[in-house]
Design a protein around this ligand. Sequence first.
Ligand code: HEM
Length: 182
Amino acid sequence: MKGIVFSEFNEMVEETFGDEMLDDLLDENADKLSSGGAYTAVGTYDHNELVTLVVALSDKTDIPVPTLVKTFGLHLASVFSTKFSSFFEECADTFSFLKKIDNHIHVEVYKLYPDAELPKFSFEILNENSMNLIYESTRQFADLAEGLIEGTAKYYQEDIQIEKEDVSSESHQKVIFTITRR
Ligand code: HEM
């Protein structure tokens, strides 16, 4: 997983829980992290390190892991909307942006970072105000996707409702998000 994800996770911890929480989190878990907890934006690290950090943060804050991962997705959407603003500017609304993740946005991300590990997204338009976005990955980051979807709607100032159906198998996480514009 790319360093930008880790540096933004650390940023979110610092902003939300303070410098001391971030220092403690990295110090206390250094032996479980193969990188030792030193992340640079250009590096690439095992995605399980993010899982280790989220689980440890959940223990320290008593906030459930899924809530923390989703909140991180919201933070990441806000970061992407400034760092990769052109992707947002070229779309008029949440649905047109989400439709382009797999065949445009993540394709460009992959050109930028050829070792990126990206999920697969497909979609189905149900009617004018609802669509299904189907997340598939060998990693378990559907909650991150949910936060990113919410963050995208926030960017476009649209009120959406998200329903989830988990159709995962053992080796493969697959979640169908039904997104409805209100
Ligand atoms: C401008 C918008 C976006 C950019 C620049 C972007 C970029 C990235 C990058 C850099 C990664 C990390 C890959 C790695 O570390 O190997 C990633 C992963 C991921 N992206 Fe995106 N992304 C964007 C939008 C979205 C949206 C809207 C969603 C959800 C609907 C999404 C879902 C995910 C998920 C869930 C992962 C984690 C990897 C996995 O689940 O297998 N992304 N993306």
